[in-house]
Design a protein around this ligand. Structure first.
Ligand SMILES: NC(=O)c1ccc[n+]([C@@H]2O[C@H](COP(=O)([O-])OP(=O)(O)OC[C@H]3O[C@@H](n4cnc5c(N)ncnc54)[C@H](OP(=O)(O)O)[C@@H]3O)[C@@H](O)[C@H]2O)c1
Length: 252
């Protein structure tokens, strides 16, 4: 089966392309540096020829409110239009657990717009909602930093390894479209501030993490359960401590 992975050179995309190839599928990594640009439409008609499934794991280079909205709206519109013309049978997109509860955030308004376009199109689809990636914990500190202090809410979350995200997206991509949302999450729950503190300590990053009830997540107010999935979420296998050890070994 030909599966085109939009954003196939990124963190999740590159792992997903490898997994699909290992299973014997013709997985094609599509991104600007392979000649496919979803914002301009460049290369889309060509790469989608003969494709059964398109998996969109792209991300906007800029997270500024207007830029990120433009990215997800324009690229999703272009993708769906070209997919319809090419006869693609299944559109899969990666989004985030709790997206619909995070509309105060410019980034999440863009993800909501992406999901609405997919839900309103004629192409059968599956939207995978994943929790935060372990690999994103430092990035979360970066977007929550105020000088040397990182202010984060003391709320629950259930992050997961990028490897498990790619595994879950791959499983959905080769299955039948669900025309709805599938939630995936990590095997353990933590507090956001506590886990980011552990990640920064492991990186010997001197920033101080402060639990702040008024701190926002990516610009949005959150409550205890905003970031956690429903009880029927599929769980990844990789525990945080194992991932931390492995990522330290890789870095050494
Ligand atoms: N971070 C989290 O914790 C989290 C949690 C749940 C879901 N997600 C979702 O996961 C998705 C993937 O995230 P990621 O961290 O794997 O992203 P990433 O590593 O930043 O990769 C983004 C990919 O998108 C490609 N891309 C950028 N502009 C493009 C364009 N105009 N046309 C085609 N491709 C383009 C990039 O190609 P180049 O490298 O060539 O620019 C790259 O391959 C995102 O949609 C995000 O919302 C993230």
């Amino acid at each position: 089966m030909k599966v085109v992975v939009i954003g196939g050179t990124g963190l999740i995309g590159s792992k997903l392309v490898n997994k699909l190839r290992e299973q014997g599928h013709e997985a094609v990594a599509a991104a600007p540096n392979t000649g496919v640009n979803t914002l301009t439409g460049e290369g889309l008609a060509e790469v989608l020829k003969g494709a059964s499934v398109v998996v969109d794991v792209s991300n906007s280079p800029s997270w500024e409110d207007a830029e990120v909205l433009k990215f997800f709206e324009t690229s999703t519109r272009n993708l769906l239009t070209y997919e319809a013309a090419a006869g693609v049978k299944h559109h899969v997109a990666l989004s985030v657990v709790g997206t619909d509860r995070l509309s105060e955030s410019g980034y999440f308004r863009a993800k909501i717009a992406q999901e609405k376009l997919i839900q309103g199109s004629s192409i059968p689809y599956s939207i995978v909602h994943a929790t935060q990636f372990f690999e994103f914990l430092k990035g979360l500190a970066d977007i929550s930093s105020d000088g040397n202090k990182v202010r984060l809410p003391h709320v629950l979350f259930q992050p997961m390894a990028a490897e498990d995200v790619a595994e879950a997206v791959g499983r959905v991509a080769v299955g039948a479209p669900v025309n709805g949302i599938v939630e995936v999450a990590g095997p353990e729950q933590f507090r956001v501030d506590e886990l980011v503190r552990r990640r920064l300590a492991a990186l010997k990053d001197p920033r101080e993490v402060i639990a702040d009830p008024n701190a926002r997540y990516s610009g949005a107010k959150v409550t205890e359960k905003t970031l956690v999935p429903e009880s029927d979420a599929r769980l990844g296998e990789m525990r945080f401590e194992t991932w931390l050890t492995q990522s330290a070994q890789r870095a050494a």
